[in-house]
Design a protein around this ligand. Structure first.
Ligand SMILES: Nc1nc2c(c(=O)[nH]1)N[C@H]1C(S)=C(S)[C@@H](COP(=O)(O)OP(=O)(O)OC[C@H]3O[C@@H](n4cnc5c(=O)[nH]c(N)nc54)[C@H](O)[C@@H]3O)O[C@H]1N2
Ligand SMILES: Nc1nc2c(c(=O)[nH]1)N[C@H]1C(S)=C(S)[C@@H](COP(=O)(O)OP(=O)(O)OC[C@H]3O[C@@H](n4cnc5c(=O)[nH]c(N)nc54)[C@H](O)[C@@H]3O)O[C@H]1N2
Ligand code: SF4
Ligand SMILES: [Mo]
Length: 736
């Protein structure tokens, strides 16, 4: 066995191509992990156009997690205080179908909710949409992308008439100015950052601007770092627009011919004088001017953004204000230019294509459009009116639905909300009230398993074949290469089996994921995300491809596809829309009682709630413990020294951390990583502190900021050292 399998890294939205080889290769020692267990070998796929053979530490070490602590069998319990007992799949399906039917006929389909994930493959997503939104007639499918990309989705839709990042990775090496806002690309999208940094180093005229309240590894590589106060992005961008206008750096013919609503934006930006803007953002006027000058004088400007922009109570407005800058300067639809949202999860893009948010339907359709609903009802062989005209519950609305007793079944798959949702105490209390929670994951224990009645073992990366789309709209076939452990099943297989047992045999007659994908591709016909030219077979033989990709073969394989090159947008009149937004600032501002702003985010070696990276020696050693970053000025006011412990309190909860005193964070702001749930540390949950206030358009919560107070923990009272996770896995140990 020397054959390698081509696939995609299942972590971040960069979507690096990987080649996987069996542990044993002729003439070589068997590949083993740190504990001596034989493991598959992973290397970058040089033929993959997105990553060209590069991988970061997460992709390189992924194989080590595949055999650790897997959930192997369905397990059931009647109440959350009981131990789980092993059951057969037959019993599990019976139990699900009976519950769903009872809830459907007693409370109605709106009492059924599914909370899925950007870590699904597209086939998983599509099957779930067909089951919930089509067959059951409830739009209560939402995904963790609600916490991640939904502001980018609504910003693109409102400005361009359709979702979809217009750029491609080749643009990283074609831009004259890269404007990175609210993204720690170096740690979170490392291979994109490698490409950009290399090009930036080799080309002295290229400018890199980073806007982030912290001096991240990304900021350290920039020509200009704007350490703005959290939540002042709109001030900054309106202030830049003001200067671009004053200096005549705008594209009159583009604005005239290709856009609408410029006067409203021009009116708003007038107020953002350099002095006021700089003062609000907490930066120097000269730095604001430098940013505007770099942008205005560059022929090609590429902006990159992620959670510092999206996870905000004005997330959509932030996205649209950034797009405004591109529209006023004509920086779109050409090589090296455009507003490029970096997708978080490996298949958040595929989720959007498949309609995997509560207001969307497959093929970049929306629930509230009657024609879109009718097209799908017909395609799915359902009666007219079967798809509900009402958007379903968002992730947070599922929590409030539990609180109000409106949810009869909650089905969670490929996400760990008992760590990742805002306002965790409230989230956990709501989960405890759930009449019946199904939880479908690859690992056990995870924090959310504590709140589940029925556990379903999921086949994960490498154990099922399906497609994922990365940030540059490139679709890659992720092929299975290893046996599934225990009785694990692919997510789509579980959804399809439930569909058949609920009486939709015809709708779920799929026998392979290739058939699921073939059907999904047809649903995208004549839609902005058209991929009728793609199939598992074509992706296997010819390699990854970007959409749009029609079966008539309009886009040549290998050609970088950029959207909007004809400068026609998906709005009814073909014009892009300026948005006009004043800054509103943070939903929860600091005050005398809670004087500091807490921001949260990621570390290079860890992935989210550590279900994999916490079980991999190398990545665990990189970041063994949680911590809180604080500026020396704030630290000395509190009498804190490096490594002292503090209790952080918000209006909702508390957490405890040792402090890292560093000038890399602005005074008045503190930072904690999001990675430690209650299985991995005592009381170090970032989300014990955060609040669920969200953007009115995208419904994305403001996970990036809340008001906190810090109380030093006096010597002698210090909390126990954090236990090693192995020591606490007994909390959830299944009964045999
Ligand atoms: N190593 C690693 N990589 C990952 C992930 C992971 O878990 N680990 N997860 C993936 C996923 S799903 C996602 S969504 C992405 C996230 O990727 P990023 O968005 O790059 O990561 P974050 O650390 O969440 O936040 C980015 C930055 O936003 C800054 N920020 C906070 N408030 C503000 C503000 O008001 N304005 C501005 N301009 N910036 C602000 C923070 O200081 C932080 O440095 O990463 C993906 N890649
Ligand atoms: N405070 C704070 N909170 C945040 C954020 C933040 O920046 N700050 N970021 C938010 C963002 S952007 C995101 S994306 C979320 C991420 O938060 P989560 O989605 O909760 O985090 P993960 O640890 O990625 O959870 C994914 C789960 O899916 C499982 N899994 C992996 N592959 C498969 C599969 O194929 N099938 C199934 N069924 N299961 C699988 C894994 O074992 C894991 O338990 O967190 C959000 N929460
Ligand atoms: S950059 Fe992202 S996709 Fe690439 S190897 Fe690292 S985690 Fe995986
Ligand atoms: Mo994310």
């Amino acid at each position: 066995m020397t054959d390698s399998t081509k696939t995609l890294c299942p972590y971040c939205g960069v979507g690096c191509g990987l080649e996987v080889l069996p542990p044993a290769q002729p003439g070589k020692p068997i590949n083993r992990d740190s504990a001596g267990t034989p493991i598959w070998q992973v290397r970058g796929d040089r033929a993959h156009p997105s990553s060209q053979g590069m991988v970061c530490v997460k992709g390189a070490t992924i194989a080590e997690s595949l055999n650790k602590d897997r959930l192997l069998y369905p397990m059931l319990r009647d109440t959350l205080t009981q131990p789980f007992r092993r059951i057969t799949w037959e019993e599990a399906f019976d139990c699900i179908v009976q519950r769903m039917q009872t809830v459907r006929y007693t409370q109605g389909p709106e009492a059924i909710c599914m909370y899925g994930s950007g870590q699904f493959q597209t086939e998983d997503y599509y099957t779930a949409q067909k089951l919930l939104k089509g067959c059951l007639g409830t739009n209560n499918f939402d995904a963790n992308s609600r916490l991640c990309m939904s502001s980018a989705v609504s910003g693109y839709i409102q400005s361009f008439g359709a979702d979809g990042p217009p750029c491609c990775y080749d643009d990283l090496e074609l831009a004259d100015c890269a404007f990175l806002i609210g993204t720690n690309t170096a740690e979170c999208h490392p291979i994109i950052f490698n490409r950009l940094r290399k090009y930036h180093k080799q080309n002295r005229h290229v400018k890199m601007i980073v806007v982030d309240p912290r001096e991240t590894a990304t900021a350290q590589a920039a020509d200009l770092h704007l350490a703005i106060r959290p939540g002042t992005d709109i001030d900054l961008m309106n202030g830049m627009a003001h200067l671009l206008m004053r200096w005549g750096h705008f594209d009159v013919s583009f604005i005239d011919e290709c856009t609408a609503n410029f006067p409203a934006f021009a009116q708003v930006m007038q107020d953002y004088t350099p002095e006021m803007t700089a003062q609000r953002c907490g930066i120097a006027v000269e730095d604001l001017e430098t940013a505007a000058r770099y942008w205005g004088e560059s022929e090609r400007v590429l902006s990159l953004w992620s959670m510092g922009v999206n996870q905000s109570s004005e997330g959509t407005a932030k996205v649209r204000t950034l797009i405004n800058l591109h529209l006023m300067t004509g920086q779109i639809g050409k090589p090296g230019a455009g507003p490029f949202s970096l997708t978080g999860q490996p298949n958040a893009m595929g989720g959007r294509e498949a309609g995997g948010l509560a207001h969307l339907l497959p093929g970049y359709r929306v629930v509230q459009n009657p024609q879109h609903r009718a097209e799908l009802e017909q395609f799915w062989g359902l009666k007219p009116g079967q798809i509900s005209p009402h958007p379903g519950r968002t992730a947070w609305e599922m929590i409030t639905g539990l609180e109000q007793g409106d949810v009869g079944v909650l089905w969670i798959a490929a996400t760990n909300p008992a760590v990742s949702m805002p306002d965790l105490e409230r989230t956990k209390a709501a989960l405890k009230r759930s009449p019946f929670t199904i939880y479908q994951d690859a690992y056990f224990p995870t924090e959310t398993a504590e709140y589940a009645h029925l556990l379903l073992p999921a086949a994960q990366w490498g154990e099922k074949t399906g497609v994922m789309t990365n940030s540059e709209r490139r679709v890659t076939l992720c092929q299975a290469f290893r046996d599934r452990p225990g009785e694990a099943k692919a997510d789509w297989e579980i959804f399809a089996e439930v569909g058949r047992r609920l009486g939709f045999a015809q709708q779920f007659a799929f026998t392979t994921s290739a058939e699921v994908y073939a059907e999904f591709a047809q649903v995208t016909r004549d839609r902005p995300c058209e991929m009728t030219g793609l199939s598992h077979e074509r992706l296997r033989v010819k390699g990854p491809a970007q959409w749009p990709c029609r079966d008539s073969g309009q886009v040549k394989p290998g050609e970088p596809a950029r959207l909007y090159q004809e400068l026609r947008f998906h709005t009814p009149d073909g014009r892009a829309r300026f948005g006009a937004y004043h800054s509103r600032g943070l939903a929860e501002r600091p005050d005398p009682e809670y004087p500091l702003v807490l921001t949260t985010g990621r570390l290079y070696g860890h992935w989210h709630t550590q279900t994999r990276t916490g079980r991999i020696e190398k990545t665990r050693q990189m970041h063994p413990n949680p911590f809180l970053e604080i500026h020396p000025r704030d630290a000395s006011e509190l009498g804190l020294q490096d490594k002292d412990w503090v209790e952080v309190r918000s209006r909702r909860g508390l957490a405890r951390f040792p402090v890292t005193v560093t000038k890399a964070i602005a005074p008045g702001t503190v930072f904690v990583p999001m990675h430690w749930g209650f299985l991995w540390a005592d009381q170090a949950e970032a989300n014990a502190l955060t609040h669920p206030e969200c953007c009115p358009d995208s419904k994305q919560p403001e996970l990036k900021a809340c008001a906190v107070q810090l109380v030093p923990i006096k010597a002698g009272m210090s909390p126990q050292e954090n236990l090693h996770p192995a020591a606490r896995s007994s909390i959830l140990a299944p009964s045999s």
